[in-house]
Design a protein around this ligand. Structure first.
Ligand code: AMP
Ligand code: MG
Length: 269
């Protein structure tokens, strides 16, 4: 029995209030049940992705956004690995280089959009340009405010060209982030993940939530929806995203390509 994923969807036109979404939700499932369901879904995702790759009609673009420690890397490690790496490309978006800054903000993003047949994963994305840029004051309001419309136009362009877009906001609580950051300090193996600068964003938590609320409210499109994923429990986060991806790929009505004309009846000698 699969869960109903509709409740994680931001309906176009909805005004999002993140306080109304519980980051610790587990849908009444136990960790064991979720892990079993995930194992099944991973097999199905693998098959569906092979079909996407073979049929070369659609690209799938997965956008991951969320605060530090929200699990963007974890989703790539535990969900995206269901796919054949040959058909995937992961792009992480960092502080823009001077070359990137010399172009429009979507330039680096458009170049990273997957071709048909491929799955593209954005670890952060053009949404940084209306979130971190807004909160940290990296551009004037009249600059970033125009970007919501530009982002919608851009995503409509992609969707109109067979790029299937699904966007996931990994919603963690401030308390969960505290624990995860503290763990990074504790474990030697995680020290590389800790940046003192991340605390700056944590100190502006409410401003980030407000910036995310506006982005989620303004930029959830029928053809490129946002989902708010409860992410305090990693196993639930992984399950919900896997299920949404499976539903998305199932809905594409993909067909295995036919045998090349003239190849029928060939006997291999
Ligand atoms: P990480 O994802 O931990 O590797 O960190 C990447 C950093 O780059 C984060 O602090 C992001 O906020 C920052 N970043 C990504 N895109 C932009 C952007 N367009 N403008 C400014 N900072 C950005
Ligand atoms: Mg980081």
């Amino acid at each position: 029995m699969e869960m109903n994923t509709k409740r994680f969807l931001v309906r176009p036109g909805d005004t999002v209030s993140l306080a109304d979404h519980d980051p610790a939700e587990t849908g009444g499932l136990t960790k064991k049940e979720a892990k079993e369901a995930l194992t099944q879904l991973r097999l199905e995702l693998n098959e569906l992705q092979e079909l996407l790759y073979a049929s070369e009609e659609h690209a799938l673009l997965i956008v991951l956004q969320g605060m530090d420690t929200s699990g963007k890397d974890g989703v790539i490690k535990h969900v995206i690995t269901a796919f054949n790496p040959q058909g995937c490309q992961v792009t992480g978006f960092k502080v823009p280089t001077s070359e990137e800054l010399a172009h429009d903000f979507l330039w680096r993003v458009h170049r990273a959009v997957p071709r048909r047949g491929m799955v593209g994963i954005f670890n952060r994305s053009h949404y940084e340009d209306v979130v971190v840029v807004r909160v940290e004051g990296l551009a004037a309001e009249k600059v970033w405010r125009k970007r919501y419309g530009m982002i919608n136009d851009f995503e409509r362009l992609l969707a109109g060209n067979n790029v299937v877009i699904r966007k996931f906001f990994l919603h963690i609580s401030k308390e969960e982030q505290r624990d995860r950051l503290q763990d990074r300090l504790k474990n030697k193996r995680d020290h590389w993940k800790f940046r003192v600068g991340d605390l700056k964003a944590r100190a502006r938590w409410d401003d980030y939530m407000a910036a995310y609320e506006e982005a989620l409210s303004r930029c959830s499109l029928e053809e490129a929806p946002w989902y708010i994923i409860p992410a305090d429990k990693k196993w639930y986060r992984n399950l919900v995203i896997s299920q949404i991806l499976a539903e998305t790929l199932r809905s594409l009505d993909m067909k295995w390509p036919a045998l090349e004309p003239g190849a029928e009846g060939i006997q291999i000698i």
